[in-house]
Write a protein that binds this ligand. Structure first.
Ligand code: GLP
Length: 242
């Protein structure tokens, strides 16, 4: 209920009320919200206040407005911790989602430039170049381009990369994955990414670049990914060190 005597602004109380309904799954993804008029009458607040509350939640990505149709509960973002080195397959399984991959391309190329350098290869050595769309419960989350040294990780097949690369490296090849270095930056989806990720051109994406090393420090993969900005959010615990 809205408490008009509370020091908390009314628009904020409305937002909390909406958040709670979504948290408790009383309102679920795709559900339409009551109109501003009904909302305002029900809680005895002005339509302006309801609009302000809803607009902020739309900007935050919790709700989604469709012209002429109303306001809906948006697909909720997936929170990915930045601590620890995990695979896409592990991340999805941990949340009870079904991971899968749509293979865009699978080639063996000659390493050159930055790819050769980060993988510690000479120009001309063989690398796999694998492009995958990663899906959770059949819906696209990210597009990944992976470069892997062929000599170090032999025997990759289309079938293997449609499942988990990390599982193949560890369980099949018996190699220990050690650590990764990763960077994140914001970008706008380009034509190909937008099509494959099923978003609009220029929608926000997060570009993630990862170099992963085996336990003996040899770099084995260089990955450039574009994660859907409307699906992902990253979190990290930050202890304050001396
Ligand atoms: C995540 C990382 C990639 C890594 C992949 C391995 O998606 N961003 O850098 O290559 O996991 O996932 P999988 O073992 O499912 O192929």
């Amino acid at each position: 209920m809205i408490d008009k005597q509370s020091p908390l602004p009314i628009y904020y109380q409305i937002q909390e009320l909406i958040r709670k309904k979504i948290d408790k799954k009383e309102w679920q993804t795709g559900d339409v919200l009551p109109s501003e008029r009904i909302f305002a009458e029900q809680y005895e607040v002005s339509r302006m206040t309801v609009r302000q509350a809803v607009t902020e939640l739309v900007n935050e990505g919790l709700l989604r407005r469709e012209k002429g149709r109303g306001t809906f509960v948006a697909e909720q973002k997936f929170t990915q911790t930045l601590q620890g080195l995990t695979s896409f397959t592990e991340d999805m399984k941990e949340r009870g989602l079904k991971p899968s991959s749509r293979l865009v391309s699978f080639n063996v190329k000659e390493a050159a430039g930055k790819t050769a350098r980060v993988l510690g290869l000479n120009d001309g050595e063989a690398v796999y170049e694998i492009q995958r769309i990663r899906l959770a419960d059949h819906s696209p989350m990210a597009m990944e381009t992976t470069y892997i040294s062929k000599a170090l990780i032999p025997g990759l097949t289309k079938n293997i990369v449609q499942n988990s690369i990390y599982e193949y490296v560890e369980a099949e090849l018996g190699l220990a994955i050690g650590y990764g270095e990763q960077s994140l930056e914001a970008a706008l989806a380009m034509k190909k990414e937008a099509e494959l990720l099923e978003i609009e051109l220029n929608d926000p994406v997060l570009l993630i670049s990862r170099i992963t090393h085996l336990q003996d420090k040899t770099p084995f993969e260089y990955v450039k990914s574009a994660y859907r900005g409307d699906r992902y959010k990253f979190s990290i615990q930050m202890p304050r060190n001396e």
